[in-house]
Design a protein around this ligand. Structure first.
Ligand SMILES: Cc1cc2nc3c(=O)[nH]c(=O)nc-3n(C[C@H](O)[C@H](O)[C@H](O)COP(=O)(O)O)c2cc1C
Length: 381
């Protein structure tokens, strides 16, 4: 289909292996506590993919301070089960976002699969070892990348080590919220190349599919496993594009450049169903284009957030953490500029002056709270 026709066509459904997604819109995982079962099930009920963030998801459990890990695993499983149950009638798909940078990554992956999640979406680093944690799983494994190079590296590594391809790939560009996969000084040029990068990643995926087919021919005496759709004859790896996608026109434009679907997060924060505290949602509504800034996160990546009192305090000096539960592998409590977990939990609980309000570059555009259905109706009309 040519680009112009695609820009005005109805959004086509998306197939990820045996999963049929009616509307090719993923709601991106948002931690801490921003996308849990309420938002994810609402999105899945509208035909999209609802994604729960696993990041410190047990923060509201009574025993979180004492036993963070147990609380997180319990809350993660409960949120997945609830979201699947709530959206089952609509045939919704539920994913979980697990960042590579978290401690106990493997435990979160295994717990999500045990709870029956349909897909695992994983970024904040390259999830090179993900298929090795859950060999043969039917749960779809989806890496988040920020370049064609990273896409090629993941495909090659997964094929070589695990004989498995990603079931889809999410490309997250520099306009996204939360942690960004680009250096601060690369953000502008990477955004200029956003559509070109979509095309490059698409080509890299195609190259990966071709090499998988060659492998399949070589191994044709072996029966293809159903858990490894990568080895089936008709391989497809849909490309989901994220970062600054806000309107129906943005979706069609990304698709005209080769996206098979989109991932949107900022747009879904200002909804009734979003799990964030009302103060967090209000901070989006009150924000302006000028007070959305790039911050340096203790995770070692830049992030995008609302420039509130907390961000100003972190710029003025270090805020030493009082406690630490070792939630991020590379974080050093003795030198970290602040505790990211505490900052995100404060924001999620509504203490926005002492919290980090992650947001995408478009957060200033909404002026009222809507329902998820209103947004889907607008995006798919
Ligand atoms: C409040 C917020 C929290 C986020 N948290 C995470 C996260 O925990 N893990 C992750 O991989 N991405 C996270 N993201 C990124 C989103 O999943 C998504 O890919 C990105 O924001 C899409 O761009 P958009 O917000 O412009 O639609 C977060 C984004 C926001 C706005």
């Amino acid at each position: 289909m040519n680009k112009q026709r695609l820009e005005s066509a109805k959004l086509p459904p998306l197939k990820i292996g045996d999963l049929e997604i009616k509307v090719p819109i993923f709601q991106g995982g948002m931690g801490i506590g921003i996308s849990m079962s309420s938002l994810a099930s609402a999105v899945a009920s509208c035909g999209g993919v609802g994604v729960i963030s696993a990041a410190q998801i047990g923060f509201m459990e009574d025993d979180f301070q004492k036993h963070a890990m147990e609380a997180n695993i319990r809350a993660l499983k409960r949120n997945i089960t609830d979201a699947i149950k709530k959206s089952a009638d609509a045939g919704g798909a539920i994913g979980v976002n697990i960042m590579c940078a978290v401690s106990h990554y493997e435990d979160y992956v295994k717990a999500s699969i045990e709870a029956g999640v349909h897909m695992i979406i994983s970024g904040a680093g390259l999830p090179m070892g993900l298929p090795g944690i859950c060999p043969g799983t039917a749960t779809k494994l989806i890496p988040i990348v920020s370049s064609a190079r990273a896409t090629g590296l993941i495909i090659k590594t997964w094929l070589k080590r695990y004989n498995r391809l990603p079931d889809a790939v999410v490309f997250e560009g520099p306009e996204a919220g939360g942690h960004l996969g680009f250096k601060a000084e690369e953000l502008e040029s990477s955004q200029e190349n956003f559509y070109q990068t979509i095309e490059e990643i698409k080509a890299e995926i195609q190259k990966g599919i071709e090499s998988a087919k060659i492998e399949t021919l070589k191994d044709s005496h072996e029966e293809a496993s159903t858990a490894m759709p990568a080895l089936a004859k008709d391989i497809s790896i849909p490309l989901i594009v994220a970062g600054g996608i806000y309107t129906k026109e943005d979706i069609h434009k990304a698709m005209a450049h080769g996206a098979d679907g989109v991932q949107m997060s900022t747009r879904f924060v200002t909804t009734e169903e979003c799990d964030a505290h009302p103060n967090f949602k209000q901070a989006y509504i009150d924000s302006t284009k000028e007070n959305i800034v790039i911050v340096q996160s203790p995770v070692g990546m830049p992030g995008r957030a609302v420039n509130n009192d907390f961000v100003k305090k972190t710029m003025a000096g270090r805020i030493p953490p009082k406690t630490c539960n070792g939630c991020i592998t590379h974080c050093k409590p003795d030198t970290t500029p602040y505790c990211i977990t505490l900052a995100l939990i404060n924001a999620a609980k509504g203490d926005v002056d002492n919290g980090l309000i992650f947001c995408g570059s478009n957060a200033y555009r909404e002026d009222r709270i809507k329902t998820v259905k209103e947004i889907f109706d607008e995006l798919t009309s």
